[in-house]
Design a protein around this ligand. Structure first.
Ligand code: ADP
Length: 447
């Protein structure tokens, strides 16, 4: 970057802090494997390793009408998924606003409202008099511990939202049975699996990060239920919590700062290094630290924006990294337009870009640890496998995918060249739509 001696010394330090070399990646992976084992064999571990009750795998030949219901922060989405076999399907959906009153009022009112929306949608689709009750998979935007597909919701606010909704549907004679309470990661896995039956894992790399994968039931020591229809089950790992003890992850002072000011200090350590919600804030912490030391942006032009938490969005990192021009005009534009930082010189633009690269690369390499950890633990690496990934970080961050492949190759030197043919990462959209409907389909067969 050829900045001042002070800038260069600072950047050398930053390079060292944020770079995870191959040897260290392997160490993290080994620790990840141990933590997976703990979670599979004991309750209340850092990696929760929650059995999803989704057994076996999809073939892609499943057929029929299934519903998905996605209750997010502001919207309610109902999706009708028609599985046509051979990995083909059609979807049609409707959206409705969930008002503040409904969100904060009695659950019963919300359930009535949802039931009415489903009723109206089915009428529009000509399915209101369906003889068979349509199986529905229900996705919440908050994590729920599943203790049986569909019918329990310990950990959610007192009453079982599935039972309340099912009651409302029955009262209104809507021909729908809720067969599954769906975790979005499990949904991602299934939505990928319907089209690609060699799918063994699903990841979310968006606002948050998490993974689910297919595990041998015999290896789930804490699973005490009688034999089932298959010897495999999907596990929702909740891997965002990996290394909450902070014994292995190379957290920096910038990460600690973020953690301390977060709503959940000491929790979701891995997620805070990997996911979209946090990466921009880590970059902002480095930039403001440099400003405090008079190493960036002249005479400490603290703008309100660069001083505001989470004001440096992760999507800026994408745009900044994308700028391959020699004058870094796009980087300048973001600093100016989005952060009100002006009169920035080229060295400073390069420094900002480099910080983004370092934080983004570290995230991708850690995501690679999780993927290789999962696949090697579950012994899935004898033949080529598919991994479905959902989330804007994976979809839009330039070179995020390439960096994951690169790190996976380092972790698996024996297939370094064929890594892309051995572990096929693919964008898996709509885990809470198609994936949830497929979960409902699997659950329906088990009931
Ligand atoms: P969610 O995970 O909430 O379902 P997304 O998958 O869209 O939703 O992820 C949103 C997250 O992705 C946000 O935290 C945002 O910072 C990040 N993000 C959005 N756009 C981009 C982008 N172009 N590049 C990198 N990150 C992005």
């Amino acid at each position: 970057t050829t900045g001042s001696a002070e800038q260069n010394a600072y950047m050398e330090d930053i390079e060292r802090l944020f770079t995870i070399d191959t040897d260290y990646l392997i160490k993290i992976k080994d620790h990840f494997l141990k933590e997976m084992d703990k979670g599979l064999n004991h309750d209340n571990q850092t990696l929760a390793m929650i059995p999803s009750y989704v057994e076996g795998r999809l073939t892609g030949h499943e057929k029929g009408h299934y519903l998905a219901l996605d209750l997010g922060g502001t919207n309610l989405r109902v999706v009708l998924v028609t599985l046509e076999g051979q990995g083909k399907f059609k979807t049609i959906s409707t959206k409705a606003r969930v008002s503040e009153d409904l969100k904060t009022g009695p659950m019963r009112n919300l359930c009535e409202y949802i039931a009415d929306c489903i009723d109206k949608f089915l009428t529009e689709q000509g399915l209101e008099n369906s003889e068979e009750h349509l199986p529905l998979g229900y996705t919440f935007s908050f994590p729920v511990l599943q203790s049986k597909v569909g019918f329990n919701c310990t950990g959610a606010i007192g009453k079982d939202p599935v039972l309340l909704l099912q009651d409302a549907l029955l009262r209104k004679h809507v021909p729908v049975k809720i067969t599954a309470l769906v975790n979005d990661t499990v949904g991602t896995l299934l939505s990928n699996a319907y089209q690609k039956p060699d799918t063994v894992a699903g990841l979310i790399l968006g606002t948050g990060s998490n993974g689910a994968y297919v595990e041998k039931i015999a290896r789930i020591g804490k699973w005490k239920h009688p034999t089932t229809t298959s010897d495999e089950m999907v596990i929702n790992m909740e891997f965002g919590a990996f290394d909450n003890e902070k014994v292995i992850l190379p957290v920096t002072r910038f990460d600690n700062k973020l953690d301390r000011k977060s709503i959940n200090p000491h929790y979701q350590t891995f997620e805070k290094l990997v996911s979209g919600m946090y990466l921009g804030e880590v970059v902002r912490n480095v930039i403001t630290d440099m400003m405090d030391r008079n190493l960036l942006f002249g005479h400490q032009q603290y703008t309100e924006r660069i001083s505001s938490h989470y004001r440096f969005e992760t999507s800026y990192m994408s745009s900044i990294e994308e700028d391959a021009s020699s004058d870094l005009a796009a980087v300048r534009d973001i600093l100016d337009t989005d952060l009100n930082l002006v009169n920035v010189d080229l060295v400073e633009l390069k420094i900002v870009k480099r910080i983004c690269q370092l934080v983004g690369t570290r995230a991708a390499r850690l995501a690679a640890v999780a993927i290789v950890g999962i696949l090697s633990h579950a012994d899935h690496l004898h033949s080529a496998v598919d991994v479905g990934i959902d989330g804007s970080l994976f979809e839009f961050y330039p070179s995020f995918e390439a960096r994951i492949y690169e790190a996976m190759a380092e972790l698996m030197p024996n297939c370094a060249h064929g890594i892309r043919d051995t572990i096929r990462l693919g964008l898996a959209r709509d885990g809470s739509g198609v994936g949830a409907a497929l979960t409902a389909c699997v659950a329906d067969k088990m009931l």
